[in-house]
Design a protein around this ligand. Structure first.
Ligand code: CTP
Ligand SMILES: C[C@](O)(CO)[C@H](O)COP(=O)(O)O
Length: 374
Protein backbone atom coordinates (compact mmCIF):
# COMPACT_ATOMS: atom_id res chain seq x y z
CA UNK A 1 0.00 0.00 0.00
CA UNK A 2 1.45 3.34 -1.07
CA UNK A 3 1.87 6.19 1.44
CA UNK A 4 0.07 8.34 -1.15
CA UNK A 5 -3.61 9.38 -0.97
CA UNK A 6 -5.34 10.13 -4.27
CA UNK A 7 -7.65 13.17 -4.35
CA UNK A 8 -9.86 13.65 -7.41
CA UNK A 9 -11.33 17.16 -7.63
CA UNK A 10 -14.94 17.01 -8.93
CA UNK A 11 -16.65 19.94 -7.17
CA UNK A 12 -16.56 22.57 -9.91
CA UNK A 13 -19.47 24.37 -11.55
CA UNK A 14 -18.38 23.95 -15.20
CA UNK A 15 -19.27 27.57 -15.90
CA UNK A 16 -16.96 27.70 -18.95
CA UNK A 17 -18.23 24.31 -20.17
CA UNK A 18 -21.22 25.64 -22.10
CA UNK A 19 -23.35 22.47 -21.88
CA UNK A 20 -26.44 21.56 -19.83
CA UNK A 21 -24.39 18.82 -18.15
CA UNK A 22 -21.49 19.48 -15.76
CA UNK A 23 -18.11 18.04 -16.83
CA UNK A 24 -17.83 15.60 -13.96
CA UNK A 25 -21.26 14.13 -14.86
CA UNK A 26 -20.66 13.46 -18.55
CA UNK A 27 -21.27 9.73 -19.08
CA UNK A 28 -18.55 7.43 -20.37
CA UNK A 29 -20.54 4.31 -21.24
CA UNK A 30 -22.70 4.00 -18.14
CA UNK A 31 -20.24 5.69 -15.73
CA UNK A 32 -20.16 9.36 -14.81
CA UNK A 33 -16.83 10.90 -15.82
CA UNK A 34 -15.75 11.41 -12.20
CA UNK A 35 -16.13 7.66 -11.48
CA UNK A 36 -14.47 6.68 -14.75
CA UNK A 37 -11.46 8.93 -14.03
CA UNK A 38 -11.20 7.86 -10.38
CA UNK A 39 -11.36 4.14 -11.27
CA UNK A 40 -8.82 4.68 -14.05
CA UNK A 41 -6.31 6.44 -11.76
CA UNK A 42 -6.83 3.71 -9.14
CA UNK A 43 -5.97 1.07 -11.71
CA UNK A 44 -2.49 2.61 -12.02
CA UNK A 45 -1.47 2.18 -8.38
CA UNK A 46 -2.51 0.98 -4.92
CA UNK A 47 -3.21 4.29 -3.19
CA UNK A 48 -3.52 4.52 0.59
CA UNK A 49 -7.00 6.05 0.18
CA UNK A 50 -8.99 7.72 -2.57
CA UNK A 51 -10.94 10.91 -1.86
CA UNK A 52 -13.51 12.26 -4.30
CA UNK A 53 -14.38 15.91 -3.77
CA UNK A 54 -17.98 16.62 -4.72
CA UNK A 55 -20.04 19.78 -5.24
CA UNK A 56 -22.22 20.23 -2.15
CA UNK A 57 -25.45 19.84 -4.20
CA UNK A 58 -24.27 16.48 -5.58
CA UNK A 59 -22.63 14.88 -2.52
CA UNK A 60 -25.60 12.70 -1.49
CA UNK A 61 -26.13 11.60 -5.07
CA UNK A 62 -22.44 10.97 -5.80
CA UNK A 63 -21.86 8.68 -2.81
CA UNK A 64 -24.46 6.23 -4.20
CA UNK A 65 -22.13 5.21 -6.99
CA UNK A 66 -19.19 3.53 -5.29
CA UNK A 67 -18.44 2.54 -1.68
CA UNK A 68 -14.68 2.20 -2.22
CA UNK A 69 -14.02 5.93 -2.07
CA UNK A 70 -14.26 8.66 0.55
CA UNK A 71 -16.50 11.58 -0.42
CA UNK A 72 -15.79 15.10 0.78
CA UNK A 73 -17.80 18.27 0.19
CA UNK A 74 -15.97 20.75 -2.03
CA UNK A 75 -15.51 24.44 -1.41
CA UNK A 76 -16.14 27.71 -3.22
CA UNK A 77 -12.82 27.38 -5.10
CA UNK A 78 -10.51 24.63 -6.27
CA UNK A 79 -8.13 25.58 -3.44
CA UNK A 80 -10.90 25.39 -0.83
CA UNK A 81 -11.89 22.00 -2.18
CA UNK A 82 -8.31 20.79 -1.74
CA UNK A 83 -8.22 22.14 1.84
CA UNK A 84 -11.45 20.29 2.66
CA UNK A 85 -10.01 17.04 1.29
CA UNK A 86 -6.67 17.47 3.11
CA UNK A 87 -8.55 17.43 6.43
CA UNK A 88 -9.09 13.66 6.02
CA UNK A 89 -5.69 12.74 4.52
CA UNK A 90 -3.54 10.51 6.75
CA UNK A 91 -0.68 9.62 4.36
CA UNK A 92 2.66 11.40 3.97
CA UNK A 93 2.00 12.20 0.33
CA UNK A 94 -1.03 13.30 -1.62
CA UNK A 95 -1.65 13.10 -5.36
CA UNK A 96 -4.27 15.60 -6.53
CA UNK A 97 -5.88 15.55 -9.95
CA UNK A 98 -8.60 17.46 -11.78
CA UNK A 99 -11.47 15.25 -12.89
CA UNK A 100 -11.42 17.52 -15.93
CA UNK A 101 -8.17 15.82 -16.97
CA UNK A 102 -9.85 12.59 -17.98
CA UNK A 103 -7.17 10.81 -20.00
CA UNK A 104 -3.98 11.04 -17.94
CA UNK A 105 -1.55 8.35 -19.16
CA UNK A 106 -0.42 5.67 -16.70
CA UNK A 107 3.21 6.58 -17.45
CA UNK A 108 2.73 10.09 -16.03
CA UNK A 109 1.31 8.69 -12.77
CA UNK A 110 4.16 6.18 -12.53
CA UNK A 111 6.74 8.94 -13.15
CA UNK A 112 5.18 11.09 -10.41
CA UNK A 113 5.34 8.21 -7.93
CA UNK A 114 8.89 7.27 -8.87
CA UNK A 115 10.06 10.85 -8.33
CA UNK A 116 8.03 11.58 -5.20
CA UNK A 117 11.06 12.07 -2.94
CA UNK A 118 12.86 14.47 -5.32
CA UNK A 119 11.05 17.57 -4.06
CA UNK A 120 8.06 18.76 -2.02
CA UNK A 121 5.83 18.81 -5.12
CA UNK A 122 6.19 16.81 -8.32
CA UNK A 123 4.45 18.35 -11.32
CA UNK A 124 3.90 17.26 -14.94
CA UNK A 125 4.50 20.06 -17.42
CA UNK A 126 4.26 20.54 -21.16
CA UNK A 127 6.63 22.50 -23.34
CA UNK A 128 5.15 25.15 -25.58
CA UNK A 129 5.47 24.89 -29.36
CA UNK A 130 3.56 28.04 -30.32
CA UNK A 131 5.04 31.52 -30.24
CA UNK A 132 4.06 33.18 -26.97
CA UNK A 133 3.24 36.81 -26.31
CA UNK A 134 2.92 38.29 -22.85
CA UNK A 135 1.25 41.69 -22.58
CA UNK A 136 1.69 42.09 -26.35
CA UNK A 137 5.42 41.34 -26.19
CA UNK A 138 6.90 38.15 -27.67
CA UNK A 139 8.66 36.16 -24.95
CA UNK A 140 11.03 33.21 -25.04
CA UNK A 141 8.74 30.21 -25.34
CA UNK A 142 11.52 27.89 -24.14
CA UNK A 143 11.06 29.45 -20.70
CA UNK A 144 7.29 28.80 -20.72
CA UNK A 145 5.80 25.58 -19.29
CA UNK A 146 2.16 24.50 -19.12
CA UNK A 147 1.36 22.95 -15.75
CA UNK A 148 -0.87 19.89 -15.53
CA UNK A 149 -2.19 17.49 -12.91
CA UNK A 150 -1.91 15.08 -11.12
CA UNK A 151 0.52 16.82 -8.78
CA UNK A 152 2.17 14.82 -6.00
CA UNK A 153 2.90 16.80 -2.82
CA UNK A 154 4.16 16.24 0.72
CA UNK A 155 0.87 16.50 2.59
CA UNK A 156 2.05 18.64 5.50
CA UNK A 157 3.96 21.05 3.27
CA UNK A 158 0.92 21.49 1.04
CA UNK A 159 -1.30 22.00 4.09
CA UNK A 160 0.98 24.76 5.36
CA UNK A 161 1.35 26.32 1.90
CA UNK A 162 -2.45 26.60 1.55
CA UNK A 163 -2.78 28.27 4.92
CA UNK A 164 -2.93 31.65 3.23
CA UNK A 165 -5.43 34.16 1.87
CA UNK A 166 -3.69 33.99 -1.53
CA UNK A 167 -5.74 32.00 -4.08
CA UNK A 168 -3.46 29.77 -6.15
CA UNK A 169 -4.63 27.94 -9.26
CA UNK A 170 -2.56 24.85 -8.48
CA UNK A 171 -0.58 23.20 -5.66
CA UNK A 172 2.91 23.79 -7.06
CA UNK A 173 2.39 27.57 -7.12
CA UNK A 174 1.41 27.51 -3.45
CA UNK A 175 4.31 25.26 -2.48
CA UNK A 176 6.84 27.44 -4.33
CA UNK A 177 5.32 30.52 -2.70
CA UNK A 178 5.94 28.94 0.71
CA UNK A 179 9.64 28.54 -0.13
CA UNK A 180 9.61 24.81 -0.87
CA UNK A 181 10.87 22.84 -3.84
CA UNK A 182 9.11 21.71 -6.99
CA UNK A 183 10.33 19.06 -9.43
CA UNK A 184 8.98 18.95 -12.97
CA UNK A 185 8.41 15.83 -15.03
CA UNK A 186 7.27 15.47 -18.63
CA UNK A 187 3.53 15.82 -18.97
CA UNK A 188 1.36 14.58 -21.80
CA UNK A 189 -1.04 16.21 -24.26
CA UNK A 190 -3.54 13.45 -23.38
CA UNK A 191 -3.81 15.05 -19.94
CA UNK A 192 -5.54 18.04 -21.51
CA UNK A 193 -8.05 19.68 -19.19
CA UNK A 194 -11.71 19.71 -20.26
CA UNK A 195 -12.65 23.36 -19.77
CA UNK A 196 -14.68 24.66 -22.72
CA UNK A 197 -17.42 22.80 -24.60
CA UNK A 198 -15.25 22.32 -27.68
CA UNK A 199 -12.47 20.70 -25.62
CA UNK A 200 -14.52 17.51 -25.51
CA UNK A 201 -13.44 16.71 -29.07
CA UNK A 202 -9.83 16.62 -27.83
CA UNK A 203 -10.30 14.08 -25.03
CA UNK A 204 -9.14 10.84 -26.70
CA UNK A 205 -9.94 8.13 -24.16
CA UNK A 206 -13.67 8.68 -23.66
CA UNK A 207 -16.22 6.32 -25.18
CA UNK A 208 -19.71 7.49 -25.98
CA UNK A 209 -22.45 7.36 -23.34
CA UNK A 210 -24.78 4.38 -23.12
CA UNK A 211 -28.08 4.69 -25.01
CA UNK A 212 -29.99 3.15 -22.10
CA UNK A 213 -33.31 4.64 -20.94
CA UNK A 214 -34.06 5.11 -17.25
CA UNK A 215 -37.60 4.96 -15.80
CA UNK A 216 -38.84 6.35 -12.51
CA UNK A 217 -42.26 6.52 -10.84
CA UNK A 218 -43.79 9.06 -8.51
CA UNK A 219 -46.89 8.97 -6.34
CA UNK A 220 -48.29 11.71 -4.10
CA UNK A 221 -51.51 12.42 -2.23
CA UNK A 222 -52.79 15.65 -0.70
CA UNK A 223 -55.98 16.21 1.27
CA UNK A 224 -58.21 19.20 0.48
CA UNK A 225 -58.08 22.31 2.66
CA UNK A 226 -60.70 25.06 2.62
CA UNK A 227 -59.87 28.71 2.04
CA UNK A 228 -56.63 27.90 0.22
CA UNK A 229 -55.69 28.45 -3.42
CA UNK A 230 -55.49 25.25 -5.48
CA UNK A 231 -52.45 24.68 -7.68
CA UNK A 232 -52.12 21.67 -9.95
CA UNK A 233 -49.26 21.28 -12.42
CA UNK A 234 -48.28 24.88 -11.80
CA UNK A 235 -51.76 26.13 -12.75
CA UNK A 236 -54.08 27.93 -10.30
CA UNK A 237 -57.52 26.27 -10.48
CA UNK A 238 -60.60 28.46 -9.77
CA UNK A 239 -61.81 26.71 -6.62
CA UNK A 240 -62.44 27.91 -3.07
CA UNK A 241 -60.31 25.09 -1.66
CA UNK A 242 -56.76 23.88 -2.16
CA UNK A 243 -54.43 21.17 -0.87
CA UNK A 244 -53.22 20.76 2.69
CA UNK A 245 -49.40 20.87 2.58
CA UNK A 246 -46.18 22.48 3.82
CA UNK A 247 -45.71 23.93 0.33
CA UNK A 248 -48.43 25.23 -2.02
CA UNK A 249 -49.62 21.60 -2.18
CA UNK A 250 -49.21 21.07 -5.93
CA UNK A 251 -49.60 17.28 -5.74
CA UNK A 252 -48.98 16.82 -9.47
CA UNK A 253 -45.62 18.58 -9.40
CA UNK A 254 -44.56 16.67 -6.27
CA UNK A 255 -45.43 13.36 -7.93
CA UNK A 256 -43.55 14.38 -11.08
CA UNK A 257 -40.46 15.41 -9.06
CA UNK A 258 -40.34 11.94 -7.48
CA UNK A 259 -40.62 10.29 -10.90
CA UNK A 260 -37.70 12.35 -12.25
CA UNK A 261 -35.55 11.69 -9.19
CA UNK A 262 -36.52 8.01 -9.30
CA UNK A 263 -35.38 7.68 -12.91
CA UNK A 264 -32.04 9.32 -12.04
CA UNK A 265 -31.59 7.18 -8.92
CA UNK A 266 -31.40 10.39 -6.88
CA UNK A 267 -33.81 9.61 -4.04
CA UNK A 268 -37.01 11.58 -3.43
CA UNK A 269 -38.47 15.05 -2.97
CA UNK A 270 -38.16 14.90 0.81
CA UNK A 271 -34.39 14.49 0.58
CA UNK A 272 -34.10 17.63 -1.52
CA UNK A 273 -36.80 19.76 0.13
CA UNK A 274 -37.53 18.54 3.71
CA UNK A 275 -41.03 19.51 4.88
CA UNK A 276 -39.44 20.37 8.22
CA UNK A 277 -37.48 23.19 6.58
CA UNK A 278 -39.26 26.54 6.80
CA UNK A 279 -37.48 27.58 3.58
CA UNK A 280 -40.13 25.60 1.72
CA UNK A 281 -43.17 26.71 3.77
CA UNK A 282 -45.84 27.77 1.30
CA UNK A 283 -43.31 27.64 -1.54
CA UNK A 284 -44.44 27.68 -5.16
CA UNK A 285 -43.81 24.07 -6.27
CA UNK A 286 -42.83 25.32 -9.73
CA UNK A 287 -39.62 26.59 -8.06
CA UNK A 288 -38.96 23.10 -6.66
CA UNK A 289 -39.51 21.49 -10.07
CA UNK A 290 -37.20 23.97 -11.78
CA UNK A 291 -34.45 23.12 -9.25
CA UNK A 292 -34.93 19.39 -9.84
CA UNK A 293 -34.92 19.79 -13.64
CA UNK A 294 -31.66 21.78 -13.39
CA UNK A 295 -30.21 19.03 -11.16
CA UNK A 296 -31.29 16.26 -13.54
CA UNK A 297 -29.69 18.00 -16.53
CA UNK A 298 -26.53 19.00 -14.63
CA UNK A 299 -25.86 15.38 -13.58
CA UNK A 300 -25.99 14.19 -17.16
CA UNK A 301 -29.60 13.27 -18.02
CA UNK A 302 -32.16 14.47 -20.54
CA UNK A 303 -35.92 13.97 -20.15
CA UNK A 304 -37.44 11.70 -22.81
CA UNK A 305 -41.13 11.63 -21.84
CA UNK A 306 -43.50 11.72 -18.88
CA UNK A 307 -46.96 10.28 -18.24
CA UNK A 308 -49.15 11.59 -15.38
CA UNK A 309 -52.38 10.12 -13.98
CA UNK A 310 -54.52 12.36 -11.77
CA UNK A 311 -56.91 10.37 -9.56
CA UNK A 312 -59.66 12.70 -8.33
CA UNK A 313 -63.40 12.52 -7.68
CA UNK A 314 -63.25 16.32 -7.64
CA UNK A 315 -62.41 18.83 -9.01
CA UNK A 316 -63.07 18.20 -12.69
CA UNK A 317 -59.64 18.06 -14.34
CA UNK A 318 -60.50 17.84 -18.04
CA UNK A 319 -61.15 21.60 -18.50
CA UNK A 320 -57.58 22.28 -17.33
CA UNK A 321 -55.66 19.36 -18.86
CA UNK A 322 -54.28 21.35 -21.75
CA UNK A 323 -53.24 24.29 -19.56
CA UNK A 324 -51.52 21.88 -17.17
CA UNK A 325 -49.72 20.19 -20.09
CA UNK A 326 -48.54 23.56 -21.38
CA UNK A 327 -47.37 24.53 -17.90
CA UNK A 328 -45.38 21.30 -17.43
CA UNK A 329 -43.97 21.56 -20.95
CA UNK A 330 -42.59 24.99 -20.11
CA UNK A 331 -41.24 23.91 -16.72
CA UNK A 332 -39.47 20.86 -18.17
CA UNK A 333 -38.50 22.61 -21.41
CA UNK A 334 -39.98 19.51 -23.08
CA UNK A 335 -42.29 19.59 -26.13
CA UNK A 336 -45.95 18.84 -25.26
CA UNK A 337 -45.92 15.74 -27.48
CA UNK A 338 -43.74 14.03 -24.85
CA UNK A 339 -46.09 14.89 -21.98
CA UNK A 340 -49.24 12.86 -21.35
CA UNK A 341 -51.84 13.71 -18.72
CA UNK A 342 -54.67 11.35 -17.78
CA UNK A 343 -57.46 11.92 -15.24
CA UNK A 344 -59.74 9.39 -13.61
CA UNK A 345 -62.19 9.26 -10.70
CA UNK A 346 -62.02 6.66 -7.93
CA UNK A 347 -65.59 5.52 -8.70
CA UNK A 348 -66.56 7.02 -5.30
CA UNK A 349 -64.35 4.44 -3.57
CA UNK A 350 -62.08 5.27 -0.62
CA UNK A 351 -60.81 8.65 0.50
CA UNK A 352 -60.47 9.93 -3.07
CA UNK A 353 -63.99 8.69 -3.88
CA UNK A 354 -65.25 10.57 -0.81
CA UNK A 355 -63.64 13.68 -2.32
CA UNK A 356 -61.29 14.11 0.60
CA UNK A 357 -58.23 14.66 -1.58
CA UNK A 358 -56.34 13.92 -4.82
CA UNK A 359 -53.60 11.46 -5.76
CA UNK A 360 -51.24 11.67 -8.76
CA UNK A 361 -49.17 8.85 -10.20
CA UNK A 362 -46.27 9.77 -12.50
CA UNK A 363 -43.76 8.00 -14.65
CA UNK A 364 -40.69 9.57 -16.26
CA UNK A 365 -38.15 8.34 -18.77
CA UNK A 366 -34.64 9.77 -18.93
CA UNK A 367 -31.62 9.14 -21.11
CA UNK A 368 -27.99 10.22 -20.83
CA UNK A 369 -26.97 13.49 -22.44
CA UNK A 370 -25.05 12.35 -25.48
CA UNK A 371 -22.07 14.71 -25.65
CA UNK A 372 -20.86 12.91 -28.79
CA UNK A 373 -23.96 14.00 -30.73
CA UNK A 374 -23.66 17.73 -29.92
N1 CTP B 1 -14.68 24.75 -6.21
C1 CTP B 1 -14.08 23.89 -7.06
C2 CTP B 1 -13.69 24.31 -8.36
C3 CTP B 1 -13.09 23.40 -9.22
N2 CTP B 1 -12.89 22.13 -8.76
C4 CTP B 1 -12.29 21.14 -9.64
O1 CTP B 1 -11.03 21.60 -10.08
C5 CTP B 1 -10.78 21.11 -11.40
C6 CTP B 1 -10.28 22.22 -12.28
O2 CTP B 1 -11.26 23.24 -12.27
P1 CTP B 1 -11.99 23.73 -13.60
O3 CTP B 1 -11.52 23.03 -14.80
O4 CTP B 1 -11.95 25.22 -13.58
O5 CTP B 1 -13.48 23.20 -13.34
P2 CTP B 1 -14.71 24.12 -13.02
O6 CTP B 1 -14.41 24.97 -11.83
O7 CTP B 1 -15.91 23.24 -12.97
O8 CTP B 1 -14.78 25.03 -14.34
P3 CTP B 1 -15.19 26.56 -14.39
O9 CTP B 1 -14.00 27.33 -13.81
O10 CTP B 1 -15.36 26.80 -15.87
O11 CTP B 1 -16.46 26.72 -13.60
C7 CTP B 1 -12.07 20.51 -11.92
O12 CTP B 1 -11.94 19.10 -11.97
C8 CTP B 1 -13.11 20.94 -10.90
O13 CTP B 1 -14.14 19.95 -10.71
C9 CTP B 1 -13.26 21.73 -7.48
O14 CTP B 1 -13.09 20.56 -7.11
N3 CTP B 1 -13.83 22.62 -6.65
C1 LIG C 1 -4.60 22.84 -11.63
C2 LIG C 1 -4.55 23.15 -13.09
O1 LIG C 1 -5.20 22.12 -13.82
C3 LIG C 1 -3.11 23.26 -13.52
O2 LIG C 1 -3.03 23.66 -14.86
C4 LIG C 1 -5.27 24.47 -13.42
O3 LIG C 1 -4.65 25.54 -12.74
C5 LIG C 1 -6.74 24.43 -13.02
O4 LIG C 1 -7.34 25.65 -13.45
P1 LIG C 1 -8.92 25.78 -13.36
O5 LIG C 1 -9.27 27.14 -13.86
O6 LIG C 1 -9.26 25.55 -11.92
O7 LIG C 1 -9.42 24.71 -14.27
Amino acid sequence: MLDVTLIVLCAGNSTRFDKSCKKQWLRVGKEPLWLNVTNRLNSFSNFYQTIVVSHKDELNYMQNFNDDYIYVEGGISRQESIKNALKVVKSKYVMISDVARACIPELVVKELLQNKSKADCIVPVLDVSDTVIYENNTINRDEVKLIQTPQLSVTQILNNALNTSIEFTDESSAIKNSGHQVFYIKGDISSKKLTFGDDIKQIPCLKEPSGLFFTGTGFDIHAFEDNKEMFLGGIKLPYEYGFKAHSDGDVLIHSLIDALLGAAGAGDIGEFFPDTDDTYKGIDSKILLEKIVNFIYSVGYEIVNIDLTIIAQKPKINPFKNDIKSSISKLLNLPKQFINIKATTAEKLGFIGRAEGVAVQSIANLKYYNWMEK
